[in-house]
Design a binder for this molecule. Structure first.
Ligand code: IDP
Ligand code: MG
Length: 143
């Protein structure tokens, strides 16, 4: 799945009514939507997803933020998906993000930064399966 990545439009993206604009920017950059769903994460689901950060000082706030409203996971496909998507979204801290990136354009703070993007092919594969079944990924791929 090295041509795939997982995006999540985070709760601030949904609250700010930016779903359309952000997905348009993603598609204009050449990504194909393979699967998409709106979900309200439970604390357990958010903690599982961000397990790697559980010792970090911002972990509790991150879980509160990610469970503060619905979010929208999207499985995306493109050659070099992981790296190209990280470029498209920009640095974690919007103040450090390059001009024109999604986080630079729309993010409020290092925490409320609009969008998630997988950081490696290995994590992309795991993260996609966190939200979408193999069956639906296969069906969507065939369509
Ligand atoms: P990434 O989303 O750019 O990969 P990570 O370091 O994996 O950044 O952090 C996961 C998420 O945790 C970030 O997107 C952001 O929402 C939040 N976060 C990261 N660093 C901080 C911080 O220093 N303060 C508050 N929240 C943070
Ligand atoms: Mg990360």
């Amino acid at each position: 799945m090295s041509n795939r990545t997982l995006a999540i439009l985070k709760p601030d993206c949904i609250r700010k009514n930016l779903i359309g604009k952000v997905i348009a920017q993603i598609q204009d950059a050449g990504f194909k939507v393979v699967a998409l769903r709106m979900v309200k994460l439970t604390p357990d689901a958010a903690m599982g997803f961000y397990e790697i950060h559980k010792e970090r000082p911002f972990f509790k706030d991150l879980i509160e933020y990610m469970t503060s409203g619905p979010c929208l996971p999207i499985a995306l496909e493109k050659e070099n998906a992981v790296e190209d998507f990280r470029k498209l979204i920009g640095a974690t801290d919007p103040q450090k993000a390059a001009e024109g990136t999604i986080r630079k354009l729309y993010a409020e703070s290092i925490q409320e930064n609009i969008v998630h993007g997988s950081d490696s092919d290995e994590n992309a594969a795991k993260e996609i399966l966190h939200f979408f079944s193999r069956k639906e990924l296969l069906e969507n791929y065939a369509s």
